[in-house]
Ligand binder design. Structure first.
Ligand SMILES: [Zn+2]
Ligand SMILES: [Zn+2]
Length: 365
């Protein structure tokens, strides 16, 4: 096993230590055990022993360089729950032994207009991803949660409610906040009618969180057979989107549609189900839409098609606190670190209900 420097430019002032991790050296290679270097804590850092790490589709796409720009070796994982093992002298937010969470962000400029409004996910100078980002302190690239420990600037560490199942809490850090942020931005509450497109990691969290906020929730599914599961998760109704009569029955109904579909798809027939002033927000797909978006219903109904990415740190904390109060967690399948390559194959077939979470104790074996 080799030990890799985070880059050629590791700053001398920052000392590092070896940490066991699971990652890959190339798009084609399966993930395997490796050692990486984490910085030793600075006065503002928190060191966390990782107990559980959720498995997000972004992990797979980054490991395989599907989006380009992956820096190798790549260690994915941005749904991290663990316990604080060490804190810098300036940290007051958490103490050693506390539960802690880390999501998709580990740093941002903290000075731009977005950051000043607690919208670090829209940092105008570029936020630092938990993995495959550039670590401002070491100059190297960041490694994610498929590892024993992580060191993160205290401001970007979340407090985790102690009453929740810890493994099932991990996916809240990406899938949870990705769906929570649009629900909050579009003011979903007791009088809202919300629809969710797709019942995967994101979709099942969207249903639970929208329901938690008191909304009436409908699932759009392309195929029958998911009704029972959707209702069990909290949905009030399921509409088969390929059935014209079913789609017509919900025409003009929804205030907000959360579209979690991760590939190119037709949004026009969903726009028809938006109420006046309604918004369809895309959270799962990056790229052009086909067929093209028809603006007629948008203009004649003041409807919007929008996008949203994760959420800021304050909003992520708000979501975790809300989940603690309402006992909301993800539905998960717990796996060992060594099963990750099989898990990726199953994710590609949507064969998971609804999120894989890695028991990081398995990395110690
Ligand atoms: Zn993610
Ligand atoms: Zn910023």
């Amino acid at each position: 096993m080799n030990t890799f420097k985070t880059t050629i430019e590791v700053a001398e002032a920052i000392s590092t230590k070896d940490v066991k991790a699971f990652g890959t050296h190339s798009p084609e290679a399966p993930l395997a055990e490796m050692n990486i270097e984490r910085r030793n804590i600075t006065p503002h850092d928190i060191e966390i022993e990782i107990l559980y790490c959720g498995v997000c589709h972004s992990d797979l796409h980054t490991a395989r360089n599907d989006w380009g720009g992956t820096m190798y070796p790549a260690v994915p994982g941005h749904e991290i729950v663990g316990r604080v093992t060490s804190i810098g002298s300036a940290v007051t937010k958490l103490k050693v032994g506390d539960l802690a969470g880390v999501g998709c962000l580990v740093d941002s400029c903290k000075t731009c207009d977005s950051c000043k409004q607690d919208l670090e996910q829209y940092c105008l100078n570029g936020w630092t991803g938990t993995y495959n980002g550039i670590d401002k302190q070491s100059g190297g690239h960041t490694f994610g949660g498929y590892s024993e420990k992580i060191v993160v600037t205290g401001e970007f560490v979340l407090k985790v409610p102690s009453n929740l199942d810890l493994a099932a809490t991990a996916p809240l850090l990406c899938a949870g906040i990705t769906t929570w942020s649009p629900l909050r931005h579009w003011n979903v509450g007791k009088d809202s009618k919300v629809a969710v497109i797709g019942l995967g990691g994101l979709g099942h969290m969207a249903i639970k969180l929208a329901k938690g906020l008191g909304a009436n929730v409908t699932l759009f599914s392309r195929t029958p057979g998911k009704e029972k599961d959707a209702i069990a998760l909290g949905a009030d109704a399921v509409i088969i989107s390929t059935e014209e009569t079913q789609m017509a029955s919900v025409s003009g109904q929804f205030d907000l549609i959360i579209d979690t579909v991760p590939y190119v798809h037709d949004v026009n027939h969903y726009v028809a189900t938006l109420n006046i002033n309604g918004t369809l927000v895309l959270v799962g797909y990056l790229g052009g839409l086909e067929p093209v978006l028809n603006t007629v219903p948008l203009i004649l109904g003041r409807k919007a098609v929008a996008g949203s990415v994760i959420g800021g740190i304050a909003e992520t904390q708000e979501m975790l606190d809300f989940c603690g109060e309402h006992n909301i967690v993800s539905d998960i399948e717990l796996i060992h670190m060594q099963d990750i390559n099989d898990a990726y194959e199953r994710m590609l077939k949507s064969d998971v209900r609804y999120r894989f979470v890695i028991d990081m104790a398995s990395l110690k074996q």
